[in-house]
Design a protein around this ligand. Structure first.
Ligand code: ADP
Ligand code: MG
Length: 246
């Protein structure tokens, strides 16, 4: 489904990704871990088409067609959705209107019809109807922002969901609802690329059912089965890099 080949990315003339290769098949679950600053968010945002990153080499192929230079909105229409590490406040845009418009544009569902669906799904992510009339992320806590990212994913049901640290800044209760929703989407067939620092969000997944990739200094330096997450948590990245001589 997603093929990333020798991807080289710069921002402000600094090389951040230095030749990334990654393949994600239909319905697969992949995890990316790595020290701070290793390029995880840059990779996620580049797949989503974030315009501040310049692709200097390599390509991105999605469902057989090249999307390397496609604008972000076109990528969403093809089924790629990113849940941001740092969701932005959007003053003046109400959540409900935003979600209605997105679902109307993407799925052709009638605006009024979609309202009830949004309220129902929002309740599953602990939002009350009145919350939906607030502006997007304005005054929201870290956990609320991450739940709102998940709400968008649950409503859109993308083909590929990229989650950039959905567990950071989130309390244990929110973490459990977020991980449940990620697994639900995966069960329904969404391919998933999850960036995380902690194994905790993966605790309900069978470790043999996903792969983990470790990034270091702009490259994927290790790819293993999910059992490896435990080892990373126990030893830390530095020790693992030393052991394998990277
Ligand atoms: P991670 O998500 O793994 O913590 P990032 O992808 O956010 O890492 O960042 C990787 C490196 O690229 C960091 O050193 C960061 O400072 C740098 N970087 C990211 N975005 C930009 C940018 N827009 N301009 C300059 N440097 C950037
Ligand atoms: Mg990051």
């Amino acid at each position: 489904m997603l093929q990333i080949q020798d991807l080289v990315v710069t921002a402000e003339n600094k090389e951040i990704l230095k030749g990334v290769n990654l393949n994600i098949g239909n319905g697969e679950f992949h995890v990316i871990m790595g020290p701070n600053g290793s390029g995880k968010s840059t990779l996620a945002l580049t797949i989503a088409g974030y315009p501040k990153y310049n692709i200097r080499g390599g390509k991105i192929i999605f469902n057989g067609s090249e999307i390397t230079n496609l604008p972000p909105n076109e990528r969403v229409k093809k089924g790629i959705l990113i849940a941001f590490q740092h969701p932005e406040e959007v003053e003046g845009v109400r959540i409900i209107e935003f979600l209605q418009q997105v679902l109307h544009e993407l799925k052709g569902i009638d605006l009024a019809e979609v309202y009830d669906l949004i309220v129902k799904k929002a309740e599953e992510l602990w939002f009350k109807e009145e919350d939906l009339h607030r502006y997007v992320n304005v005054g929201f806590s870290g956990g609320e922002r991450k739940r709102l990212e998940l709400l968008q994913a649950v409503l859109i049901e993308p083909k590929l969901l990229i989650l950039d640290e959905p567990d950071s800044g989130v309390d244990v209760d929110s973490l459990s609802v977020i991980s449940r929703k990620i697994e639900e989407l995966h069960q329904k067939g969404t391919s998933t690329l999850l960036i995380t620092h902690y194994g905790r969000i993966l605790q309900h997944l069978d470790p043999s059912s996903f792969q983990v990739h470790v990034m270091k200094n702009g490259k994927i330096v290790m790819s293993r089965s999910g059992e490896f997450v435990k080892e990373i948590e126990e030893k830390g990245f530095q020790k693992i890099f030393e052991e394998v001589g990277i």
